[in-house]
Design a protein around this ligand. Structure first.
Ligand SMILES: Cc1cc2nc3c(=O)[nH]c(=O)nc-3n(C[C@H](O)[C@H](O)[C@H](O)COP(=O)(O)O)c2cc1C
Length: 412
């Protein structure tokens, strides 16, 4: 059984939790390493007040001892800091009175049922599917609060990857109408080029575009609008041969696409040239295979995004995703009241103007998890040391065949 995880928890419940299973023993993991990633998810111009309330911190409940994984299931918990205000609205026990259930006489807005589904959110489909009158039963779980846990789980995956020299970064290349200069067929710059990307309020490498993106967020906010965008996730140091061509559900590009598409509000995923590849001649769409004595086998371009035949090919993995503008609008779109079946405006929950920079951090975590899973499948082993032996033997075999440019120094 390879690496897997589940999350549980409502947005305004007491906590978000997860169980990660299949992580080998001996991977260095501490709460502070995870908290650093959680902090990055809370960055980004355009986030609402909740980001200040949250300051997420993980608690590791099992599977880690003295800073190293044990190979046993890892249980994690992130408490919701504003749970106190939601205790009645999100209580497990049935309400004692109609007022407490949000009926007449209740003065806490949190208790009132949400009956006006927001176009673009999970509200309507979830109410219909599960037979709910109150969309809160849907939106509490559809909410991107859950992505805090994906980032925490991804932070553990990153620790495994770092032990093999694999590093992951991301940057925002579009926010609404503003696009940063970007060439999807070029090989990405080295990871060091991303060292300071978190210092940009929109996590964009281009300073002029960063400023224009901030202005676009301000303008959207003033108009009660929201903004989507596009970001890119890059992984360096990935060995060739992760994933496989032999079966549909082993293809790594398919798996990564699934995990990125499952992030709230992601509506498109592309590798390398992506959609543009459909407009090109074949001679202009692929990466020639070259050899030089000092570099070994290499590719001069990054049009495939580092995946061919569902397998990594030894080049940096480059994947982009498009995020839709957030569905909660302070100037709501037309909707209906599900209780009366009469026209009404979509409900308003506390909401962000844009969360593209944060979504890119969540996407890094998703890519990290899929890569860690693929590494465990390829190199097996119950402990990191055993995995390393298998990895080194494979790296030596690749070296003997002229493939060496992919490797980066491992941490610790
Ligand atoms: C980091 C992040 C933050 C988000 N914040 C909000 C938000 O404040 N308001 C909102 O309406 N949607 C927000 N979303 C998106 C919704 O959760 C998402 O649109 C909704 O669950 C419906 O799912 P779908 O868009 O994938 O169809 C956010 C998504 C992410 C990744």
């Amino acid at each position: 059984m390879s690496l897997r995880f589940f999350t549980a928890g409502e947005s305004h419940g007491p906590a978000i939790t997860a169980i990660v299973e299949g992580m080998p023993a001996g991977v260095p993991v501490t709460a502070s390493v995870i908290n650093r990633q959680l902090k990055r998810r809370q960055l980004g111009y355009g986030r609402g007040r909740r980001m200040q309330i949250e300051s997420d911190e993980v608690e590791l409940l099992s599977g880690v001892r003295h800073g190293l994984t044990l190979g046993s299931p890892i249980a994690l918990m992130i408490r919701n800091k504003d749970w106190e205000k939601w205790q009645a609205a999100m209580a497990v026990e049935p309400p004692a009175s109609p007022a407490e259930a949000g009926g007449p006489g209740g003065d806490d807005w949190r208790l009132r049922p949400v009956t006006r589904p927001r176009p673009g959110h999970a509200d309507l489909a979830g109410m219909l599917k599960y037979g709910f009158e109150d969309a809160r039963n849907v939106l509490e779980r559809a909410s991107a609060r859950e992505t805090a846990m994906r980032v925490a789980v991804g932070a553990i995956a990153r620790q495994l990857l770092a032990a093999f020299g694999i590093v992951i970064a991301s940057h925002v290349i579009r926010m609404g109408p503003v696009a940063a200069p970007h060439d999807p067929s070029a090989l990405p710059p080295p990871p060091e080029a991303f060292d300071r990307v978190d210092e940009s309020p929109v996590r964009c490498l281009d300073e002029a575009a960063s400023r224009a993106m901030v202005e676009a967020v301000d303008e959207a906010k003033a108009r009660g609008e929201t903004l989507g965008g596009v970001f890119e996730v890059i992984a360096w140091g990935v060995p060739p041969g992760l994933g496989s061509h032999v079966q549909w559900d082993r293809k790594l590009d398919g798996r990564i696409a699934q995990s990125l598409m499952s992030i709230q509000a992601i509506k498109g995923v592309e590798f390398g040239l992506g959609f543009e590849t459909g407009a090109r001649f074949g001679s202009d769409a692929h990466d020639p295979i070259l050899y030089a004595d000092d570099r070994g086998i290499y590719r001069p371009t990054g049009r495939a995004g580092g995946v061919e035949g569902g397998m990594t090919n030894g080049e940096p993995l480059v994947v982009r995703a498009a995020m839709k503008p957030l569905a909660t609008l302070y100037n709501p779109l037309p909707s209906i009241d599900m209780a009366a079946l009469k026209p009404a405006e979509g409900a308003i929950e506390r909401s962000d103007v844009s969360a593209v920079p944060a979504a890119a951090v969540v996407a890094e975590a998703a890519v990290a998890f899929e890569l860690a899973r693929a590494m465990i499948e390829k190199f097996g082993g119950d402990s990191l040391a055993e995995m390393r032996r298998n990895f080194e033997a494979y790296a030596a075999a690749l070296e003997a065949r002229g493939m060496r440019g992919w490797r980066r120094p491992a941490q610790q």
